[in-house]
Write a protein that binds this ligand. Structure first.
Ligand code: ADP
Length: 307
């Protein structure tokens, strides 16, 4: 797959402070690439250098084959950038906002088509001021699509939204990608990165710690999984541990058992075999997989949730 973005040894300094420290990565055509990290990690600074809005201190950034240091204009014409809702005019309607924004480009999509695409058609005549948080985010995504860009930048697209509005926005972002666009987004929600992104860069304190698919990152971690179940008979914990190859076996409460394992596949198979052999009826079998949160914790020693 072709690279839409190429970043090599990119650094941004403010005085002596490094906001972005020698990062390198590529974004491939058609993927959703996420930069996951806590506040202050350097995500926005990175994005703004790719959008040719900030000048790198050193390093190379190529976007759609153009160098940001020499071809900023060509890049800006071809990318879509989601503006923060605070940049809107409160007393323009959605339609007027898109028409105004479209007038900045030689060729712009019709506001009706854009509103349709982000499911805001019923709000065409509504003032921006009267939109909900989720609707404002939809409008800002429509604005990013106004010049039919191949590549779209979304900076924390769902921050501040309630879970339902967030899920709706994920569906929209996914639909835009399915329409053939490449998307690069920043987030500090691991669920968002896990749900949406083909590949994720884990960023902390100005550096990229690793890049891979969410599954790949989790697999690499070789994290422990938890297997829980209930049983109709008492099982000796020592025996259970031995028979299932689990690291530990415990009672959670009542008849619920919990096994810690690095190989949930093997543990479950052996558990089922053991249960059959001993005529034990299992119920509520449940595996909890490691998440990107665990990956983040292992790379940075801190939790995203605390941020
Ligand atoms: P993130 O988007 O991950 O929250 P940012 O890229 O906004 O992080 O910021 C990274 C770091 O750079 C932060 O410590 C921030 O305070 C600092 N920073 C960002 N912009 C400036 C600026 N214009 N001048 C000085 N420091 C800045």
């Amino acid at each position: 797959m072709a690279n839409i973005i190429e970043v090599k040894n990119l650094t941004k300094k403010y005085g002596n402070f490094k906001a972005v420290d020698n990062i390198s990565f590529e974004v491939k055509k058609g993927e959703i690439f996420g930069i996951l990290g806590p506040n202050g990690a350097g995500k926005t600074t990175t994005l703004e250098m790719l959008e040719s809005l900030r000048t790198p201190t050193s390093g190379i950034v190529k976007v759609l084959g153009f160098d940001v240091s020499t071809n900023a204009h060509e890049i800006k014409e071809r990318i879509g950038v989601q503006l923060q809702a605070t940049a809107f005019f409160d007393f323009l309607s959605c339609e007027e906002t898109l028409d105004l924004f479209g007038s900045f480009y030689d060729e712009a999509q019709k506001s009706s088509k854009l509103l349709e695409e982000v499911s805001l058609m019923p709000k065409a005549k509504t003032f921006v001021n009267d939109l909900s948080g989720g609707q404002k985010q939809r409008l800002s995504i429509a604005m990013a699509l106004v010049n039919s860009p191949e590549l779209i930048f979304l900076d924390e697209p769902t921050t501040g939204l309630d879970p339902q509005a967030r899920r709706n926005l994920w569906d929209l972002i996914d639909a835009i990608r399915k329409g053939g666009k490449t998307i690069i987004l920043t987030t500090h929600y691991m669920e968002e990165a896990e749900y949406l992104c083909d590949r994720v860069a884990i960023m902390d304190e100005a550096k990229i710690k690793d890049i891979d698919s969410p599954r790949g990152l989790i697999r690499k971690l070789k994290a422990e999984n938890k297997v829980e179940f209930s049983a109709d008979k008492k099982i000796d914990l020592k025996k259970l541990e031995k028979e299932t190859g689990a690291l530990t076996a415990d009672y959670v409460e009542g008849d619920v058992y919990s096994l810690r394992t690095k190989d949930s596949h093997k543990t479950i198979n052996q558990l089922l075999e053991y249960a059959k052999k001993n005529d034990i009826k299992l119920d509520n079998l449940h595996i909890s997989q490691a998440t990107l949160e665990d990956v983040f914790l292992s790379y940075t020693g801190k939790s995203l949730r605390e941020k």
